[in-house]
Design a protein around this ligand. Structure first.
Ligand SMILES: Cc1ncc(COP(=O)(O)O)c(C=O)c1O
Length: 448
């Protein structure tokens, strides 16, 4: 580790190597001279000025090399600049860049919808609307749910992240800063408790499964439906099958099963937001597969096109009933993005879902072994390569994040005091070992 290989070694095969103070001189100069032109709403977790990236490795403008275990927020699913994705994008760019899928036909659009229908849970007759992003997929889901049911209200969950445009933001409830001064947001959105197994009543020895059911029966049926919201006013329940920004929380299966039953009882649509958890991130194409629960609508984006701006809103055919002209967007379903998505699907199918499962299990086990017993670490959790590590305080999580960066490991925070590892799905065991070595060394330093 930290051995700079000779310059002939392709970036993707290098190990992390930090050779300057961070930020390095070029990065510091570039950031300082351009910052005043940027919207101050952008966070910039690290003073990192990326020059290029390949596979799981990222190189900054000063030649420092980082192991990327966050993949542009769980998005560079096939790794940076995967040759098959690059080839597909190049070929498509030479023949057709834009046409507008709302108004015209072109070959890739239908093919991508057909392929997605094939991988989605249940019968392969799903219908798909393509969008430009996660938030747009959620907006489309909200509109379709209202249009189809003729009802107005939506139930969402505390800790949820569904995007930042005004409709999706109305469902987002992971941090108040996302919502402050943007109201009034959509009326008729009701937030209830997400079944985070670590929040269950330990004193009463409640099992995760019992807690999952209680969240639905007490939080929605007995509280919301009895006192404030008649169920026949609710168009949809929108839920992340694994909560992302809220802390990489895997709910008990009973929670999603009970939500399904509740929806069936009251004619409510069940929407799974798989923008972060979908597309192989948890080791299966769709996170829903882990729970055996079939939603009515699924939203996708992020890993779908390895970072090209593309989202999808899929619905069962009896739900996707809105007529021509009710929804669309000029660049949504862009042919170049679709080419990237088709290449991404090929890679997910041939090897990457499996790699996510196998290397994800390996990485989680190793993390549990190396840091699970430390006083600073509460829990290691996750599915596939969607891994959360709960720390003992928000300050500690931030300190560890920054120290990992300074040693050449890129990770992100999530929830109140957790860290997330969401590397490209091509991560190797060798790279998983490096990630654990750096992470464990930093955790030990901070536990001392
Ligand atoms: C579950 C979920 N839904 C929606 C979004 C919004 O996606 P985008 O940033 O592409 O608008 C995100 C982004 O992090 C997400 O994690």
């Amino acid at each position: 580790m930290n051995t700079k290989l000779d310059d002939a070694t392709p970036l993707a095969d290098q190990d992390p190597s930090i050779t300057t103070a961070l930020p390095g001189p070029r990065a510091a100069e570039m950031i300082a001279s351009r910052r005043e032109f940027l919207s101050p709403s952008l966070i910039h977790v690290f003073p990192l000025m990326v020059q290029r990236a390949s596979g799981c490795m990222v190189e900054d403008v000063d030649g420092n090399v980082f192991l990327d275990c966050e993949a542009g927020i769980a998005t560079a699913s096939t790794g940076h600049c995967h040759p098959k994705v690059v080839e597909a994008v190049k070929a498509q760019s030479e023949v057709l860049i834009h046409m507008c899928g709302t108004d015209f036909h072109y070959p890739g659009y239908g093919e991508l919808c057909r392929r997605l229908a094939q991988y989605a849970p249940g019968p392969d007759d799903w219908r798909t609307y393509l969008s430009n992003s996660g938030t747009e997929s959620v907006e489309a889901a909200i509109k379709l749910a209202r249009h189809h049911t003729g009802r107005s209200d939506i139930i969402a969950f505390r800790g949820a992240f569904h995007g930042r445009s005004l409709g999706s933001l109305s469902l987002t409830a992971s941090k108040t800063k996302y919502r402050r001064r943007f109201g009034p947001l959509l009326p008729g959105v009701h937030h209830v408790t997400y079944a985070n197994p670590s929040q269950r009543n330990h004193a009463a020895q409640q099992t995760p499964e019992a807690y999952g059911i209680a969240c639905v029966e007490e939080g929605i049926e007995r509280d919301l439906f009895q006192y404030t919201v008649p169920p026949d006013q609710v168009a949809a329940i929108v839920v992340e099958p694994v909560q992302g920004e809220g802390g990489y929380i895997v709910p008990p299966r009973s929670f999603l099963e009970r939500l399904r039953r509740l929806c069936d009882e009251h004619g409510i649509l069940l929407v799974f937001d798989e923008v972060q958890a979908g597309m192989g991130r948890t080791g299966t194409f769709f996170a829903a597969e882990h729970f055996g629960v079939m939603p009515d609508i699924i939203t996708l984006a992020k890993g779908l096109a390895t970072g090209f701006p593309l989202g999808a809103m899929m619905a069962r055919p009896d739900v996707m009933t809105w007529p021509g002209g009710t929804h669309g967007s000029t660049c949504a379903g862009n042919p170049v993005c679709i080419a990237a998505a088709l290449a991404t699907l090929d890679l997910l199918e041939s090897e990457l879902c499996q790699n996510s499962r196998e290397v994800g299990t390996y990485l989680q086990d190793k993390l549990r072994q190396e840091v699970g017993g430390l006083s600073t670490v509460v829990e290691v959790r996750g599915l596939g390569l969607m891994i959360g590590i709960e720390m003992t305080s928000p300050e500690l999580a931030e300190e560890i994040l920054q120290r990992c960066y300074r040693r050449g490991l890129l990770i992100l925070d999530c929830g109140e005091q957790a860290l997330r590892m969401a590397p490209p799905l091509i991560l190797t065991r060798h790279q998983a070992d490096i990630a654990v070595d750096i992470f464990a060394a930093v955790c030990r330093e901070c536990s001392a």
